[in-house]
Each structure stands twice: as C-alpha cells, then as structure tokens.
Design a protein. Structure first.
Length: 302
C-alpha cells in the first residue's frame, strides 16, 4: 500500500519510526520547513528519519497549497496518514489518496475535539483519555473512527507530559495494526455520536499566565496542564517573566498570612500564597531564587 505521511511533532516522529520499523514505510513524508518549527512547542524534525529509510521529503507550510497538492498527486498514494498536523486538510487534499486520509486525535472522541485537547482535558477534569484514528472529513475531528484506544486520566496528578506520552504511546501500535488491517482489505469505520461531542478552543501561550488570586488547586492544575512539551505556566516578578513547570499544594494549611503571589518561604521549594489562603510549593521554575516576601504578579510592571 502506498502511503504519504504528514506530520511535524514528537508524536509524528514516533509514529513514523514505528511504521518504518514494522515495514510500512511511506513513499513520501510531508512536514513543516525548519523555519516554521516555532509553530509547535513539540516540533520534531522528521527529515533524519526519512533519510535513514530513503524516503523523499516535501516541506510545506500549508497542506492545501498548490505545490503540496501537486506533490501529493505525484506520489499517487492509496492513503494519507496525517499524524501531528494542526491544519485541516481540504477537500482537494482528501480526494487525492484513493482510500482517503486517516488522522490522529489525542482524545476519546467524540469528546474533546478541536485544539489544545491535552491541556483542556486536565483543566476540565476529564477522567477518560484516548488515542483515536479517524477518517478525515470536512469537519473538525468529526470523521468516522477507524481505531481507538482508551485509558483513564488522573485529573489530580496527570501532567501534559504524562498525558501526551500515554496518548502517543497508545497511538503508535494502533496505527501499525490499522495499516495491517487496511492492507488486508478491511475498512473499519464507526460513525461518531455527534450528540456527545465537545469542542475545545485553541489555546495560546499567554493562556498559561498565572492569576495568583485564584485558588491554589486551580493554579496547580494550570501548571500541570501547560507544562512541557507545552510552553509552561508563567508569572512575573522584578526580574521579569518566570516559567513555572511543576508545583504542589503545600501540606501546611492556614499557617502563612500574606498577599496573593507573595513568597512565604524559600528552601527546597518556593512557597507562594494563593487567592484562597492556601500555598503552592514551586518545584521547577526558571530565574533566580526569589527573596522572602517578594511578590509574583500576573503581568509585567507597567
């Protein structure tokens, strides 16, 4: 079966590696040029993987650009695998592969369609995650499901990294198995229950700014939700912008009295008071060690 692989992130690299190792190497890899790497915090360069397997690469900033469509036609694929690609593939793109296009979405579809779904799953307290392979259609993650693996989410402990790795780890064997089924002539399709669908809005890096007047548990959840491979939660102090990648709720309640965002203790962690009177212990952050009673704030100095 002739396939074209489209992707540009960590999950794309792991899927491409797995497919090549399993004997399902594509005839063409489509990916972002390196000058667009900043578009994805989890960007991965697929060119070295393609080079190891002798696969030609077409670099494109837009999946629906004329040169991209021409390269896809020239490859004459039976199937396009769109794994880790944040753009919609238009009708002309989807019509070129003989069988259609399979995409990957890191949620338990039909829930959590859309963008930024791994942070949103943590922020919304979802209890079930998933890796879904679906036939692409004109909608946003609305196509028929080709294969799906589900797993539990611990909304009180999971981080963006743990959830990302679990979704990608479930996807790789799923796509390899699906390729085998398709080569045997199977065409698995299950229509999504659209009445159960939810749609996530796009998240921007600035959405990770910490509001220290919020409850401590809410801030801790935000820090976990936007931690690497995403840009991380952030705050400001007199030294400038500070990224915070890990925190925990302080064990001692009701002891510290101060203002939201104020540093109450400095040791193995930096203890900061939040809006509900509880404290957070900051465990992983950049910049110099703050002083006692210094204050973090939600924006830079005017």
């Amino acid at each position: 079966m002739r396939t074209v692989f489209v992707g540009a992130v960590e999950g794309s690299a792991r899927a491409l590696d797995g497919l090549c190792a399993a004997g399902h190497a594509p005839v063409l890899v489509m990916t972002l040029p390196l000058d667009r790497a900043a578009n994805h915090s989890d960007f991965a360069d697929l060119r070295p993987i393609a080079a190891r397997h002798g696969i030609p690469v077409h670099e494109t900033a837009r999946s629906n650009a004329p040169d991209t469509l021409a390269a896809l036609r020239a490859a004459a694929p039976d199937l396009a695998l769109v794994i880790g690609w944040s753009q919609l593939c238009g009708a002309e793109f989807r019509a070129i592969p003989a069988l259609g296009c399979i995409g990957f979405h890191p949620s338990a579809l039909p829930r959590m369609r859309g963008r930024g779904v791994i942070p949103w799953q943590i922020l919304c307290g979802e209890t079930q995650g998933g890796a879904t392979l679906l036939w692409l259609d004109e909608g946003t993650d609305s196509g028929d499901i080709a294969a799906q693996a589900l797993f539990p989410i611990d909304a009180g402990r999971d981080t963006a990294r743990s959830l990302y790795d679990r979704a990608v780890g479930a996807m790789v064997p799923l796509v390899i198995d699906l390729m085998g089924r398709l080569e045997r002539g199977e065409r698995p399709r299950t229509v999504q229950d659209h009445d159960l669908a939810t749609l996530c809005a796009k998240r921007e890096p600035q959405d990770g700014m910490i509001d220290w007047t919020a409850p401590a548990a809410q801030i801790e959840r935000l820090i976990r939700a936007v931690s690497p491979p995403y840009p991380a939660a952030f705050t400001f102090d007199d030294t400038g912008r500070r990224c915070i990648r890990a925190a925990r709720l302080s064990a001692r309640e009701g002891y510290h009295i101060g203002l939201p965002g104020q540093v109450q203790a400095v040791g193995h962690a930096v203890t900061v008071l939040c809006g509900d009177g509880r404290c957070l212990d900051l465990l992983d952050y950049d910049g110099p060690m703050p002083k006692i009673h210094a204050r973090f704030r939600s924006g830079p100095c005017p």
